[in-house]
Structures are given as structure tokens and as C-alpha cells.
Design a binder for this molecule. Structure first.
Ligand code: DC
Length: 221
């Protein structure tokens, strides 16, 4: 099976890139952030604070996450319920960020992620795919975008959703989360040693063409 790891910070445009590449290649796209978000949702529904590590760990055996794929797009289920439309809020982002720093939470998702990669040609996006989950992936990308551009994109998204914020505020919150994600003890969001940096600041079609060329070169024969 061909496994492509696509890591990088939030707001770098990983999911748009991964979806487009998966569609072009006929691979499955797997969004691991959605899995952490789904655990965050389960924790919230259980009335547990994401800071209560032991309580979160205690909940894990009842958190049954499964995935479906329709037209190459991922669907995510919590005990059979399609929760894809419920996990992209700011509140769940905060839950996901907190629970993802708990080692037992990461261990809970590891086999699900590896099983998908063992059974499918996949592009998997996340933070630790190239370093921890799929260290043998044939291609590892680390997607980057300038901090200012990332903040600008995120700001426009939030404004479109009706949130009241400023570009500066978004920039500062983003840098704080980056620092937390890249310095945490478990699975810090850092590039694998053999990752290829993919600058996603410029023209989208050009970035896709570059990525496809690299994938083709690394996966032939
Ligand atoms: O990619 P995203 O924003 O949907 O991710 C949600 C949260 O989960 C974010 O705080 C980073 C974390 N995450 C992680 O720790 N490891 C992954 N492989 C994917 C996401």
C-alpha cells in the first residue's frame, strides 16, 4: 500500500491539499484531527473537563470511533452517529487540543490510524503521521505557510463564521497554540527527519503539481 503523510501546523491548508491529492491519485484521505475532535466531543458530552486527565482516560473505552469513505471523502462516526458536522467549532477545537496532549488518547487512536494505512493507499493528515504513526510512509510532507498568511486565512474563516476578532488576536492565539503543539512531550508537531517541506503559500495548482511530481518520483517501481 502507498502511504503519504501530510503533517504541518493548523491553518497550513493540509486538508484542502490532502483532499485534492487524494482525488487526483484515487487514494483515501484520512483526517486524523477529526479523530481528536471526536474524542473532544465525547468528553464534552460526558460533562468532563478536558483537563481532567484521569476522567478522560476513563471515558476512552466507551469512545467508539469509526470511519466511512464516500467518494474518497472521510465520514466520522461516534458510536455509529455521524458527527462530522459537529466537530468543527472553536469549542471542540479547544477540547481536541487539550485531549490530544494525553498519551492514552493518542494510543487509543494509533491502531485505527495504522489499520487504515495498512489496508489502503492513503494520504493521512495530522501532526505526527510521518514521525510516529507511519514512520515507513513512502512520502512525508511537512506543509508550511508563512505565519502571517496562516493567520490571515484563519481570520477570514472566523469572520465568515460571524466571530468578532482581529487579525492580530488570531495571530497571537495561533502562535501560542503552535508553541504548545511543538513543545509538548508526546508526539510534538515537528517534521520527520526525512520530510519534504511543501510551501503552501503560493498558487494552489502549482503546489499540487509539485506534490504530485514528488509522489510519482518516490513511489515509482
Ligand atoms: O487538524 P485539526 O485542527 O483538526 O486538529 C485538531 C487538534 O488535534 C489540534 O489541536 C491538533 C491535534 N492533532 C494532533 O495532536 N495529532 C494529529 N495527528 C492530528 C491533530
Amino acid at each position: 500500500m502507498i502511504n503519504i503523510a501530510l503533517d504541518g501546523p493548523s491553518g497550513a491548508g493540509k486538508s484542502t491539499l490532502a483532499k485534492a491529492l487524494a482525488a487526483k491519485l484515487g487514494y483515501i484521505y484520512t483526517d486524523t484531527g477529526a479523530m481528536y475532535r471526536t474524542i473532544g466531543l465525547a468528553v464534552k458530552r460526558a460533562g468532563i473537563s478536558p483537563e481532567e486527565k484521569e476522567a478522560v482516560i476513563g471515558l476512552l473505552p466507551s469512545v467508539k470511533i469509526s470511519l466511512g469513505f464516500e467518494n474518497g471523502e472521510q465520514k466520522i462516526y461516534l458510536s455509529g452517529e455521524d458527527v462530522g458536522g459537529l466537530i468543527r467549532t472553536n469549542e471542540i477545537s479547544a477540547y481536541a487540543s487539550k485531549v490530544s496532549a494525553i498519551p492514552e488518547v493518542r494510543a487509543h487512536l494509533l491502531s485505527l490510524q495504522r489499520d487504515i494505512a495498512a489496508a489502503n493507499n492513503v494520504i493521512m493528515d495530522g501532526r505526527d503521521i510521518g514521525t510516529v504513526i507511519l514512520p515507513h510512509a513512502q512520502v512525508k510532507f511537512f506543509v508550511t505557510v508563512s505565519d502571517k498568511e496562516r493567520a490571515r486565512r484563519r481570520y477570514l474563516e472566523l469572520i465568515a463564521k460571524g466571530e468578532n476578532t482581529t487579525e492580530q488576536e488570531v495571530y497571537e492565539a495561533m502562535k501560542a497554540r503552535d508553541l504548545q503543539d511543538s513543545t509538548r512531550e508526546i508526539a510534538p508537531a515537528i517534521p520527520a527527519e526525512d520530510a519534504i517541506f511543501l510551501d503552501n503559500s503560493g498558487d494552489f495548482d502549482a503546489v499540487i503539481a509539485t506534490a504530485l511530481e514528488i509522489i510519482e518520483r518516490k513511489t515509482k517501481n
